[in-house]
Ligand binder design. Structure first.
Ligand code: HEC
Length: 172
């Protein structure tokens, strides 16, 4: 008879092996094509993917923005946590990150075409309530395409001040 604890140990062991394999694949930089594609091409990309994928997915940097100084702090922090690489490699990583993940304000602004986008897209790009974005979509369906920001601001129910503050992001 196999004691219950033994079966449990075996499945734990199997899970551990699976984890180790996943870990080894990640460390070897064999990320799925989709994962690699979310990173812009450029000098330092391979070094970044190789060194920064050992402990967590490289996706951890997505959606963050930093200056060279900011990324240097992050990388130094990772070195303290045990990231392995040469000074040159870390320098390359900082340059790659600073170039491709700059501070939000200086990064390219996301724009949205208010005549084509879904309510969900408008909500995200303009940082407004979904309800307001839905009003914009409903309005254009009834009245035809918008031509000016003022027209968008006059849609009943939307927060005109908010639209005004994000007008750089609106395209027609
Ligand atoms: C030795 C393991 C290890 C390596 C290699 C590593 N990290 Fe980390 N990283 C961590 C740990 C641990 C955390 C903390 C996770 C948490 O807070 O849940 C972390 C968190 C982060 C965070 C989010 C937290 C923060 O400080 O803002 C970023 C961004 C990050 N790492 C970037 C990098 C980059 C870039 C590299 C490549 C230079 C890298 N990591 C390599 C261990 C590592």
């Amino acid at each position: 008879m196999v004691p219950e604890s033994r079966t449990r140990t075996m499945s734990d062991a199997r899970r551990r092996v699976a984890l180790q394999i996943a870990f080894a694949l990640l460390s070897a930089g064999l990320l799925s094509a989709q994962e690699q594609q979310s990173f812009p091409e450029g000098q330092g990309k391979d070094t970044f993917l190789r060194i920064c994928s050992v402990c967590h997915g490289p996706q951890i940097v997505l959606g963050r923005g930093n200056t060279v100084d900011g990324w240097t702090q992050v990388v130094l922090n990772m070195v303290q946590r045990g990231a392995q690489g040469s000074e040159e490699e870390f320098g390359e990583i900082v340059q790659y990150l600073a170039k491709n993940f700059p501070p939000k304000a200086e990064g390219s602004v996301t724009t949205v075409n208010v005549n084509k986008a879904s309510a969900e897209e408008i909500k995200t790009a303009l940082d407004i309530a979904l309800k307001d974005a839905q009003s914009i979509v409903a309005y254009r369906q009834q009245n035809g395409p918008f031509k000016t920001v003022e027209q968008v601001e006059k849609v009943p129910g939307v927060d005109a001040a908010k639209i005004e503050s994000k007008k750089d992001r609106i395209t027609f």
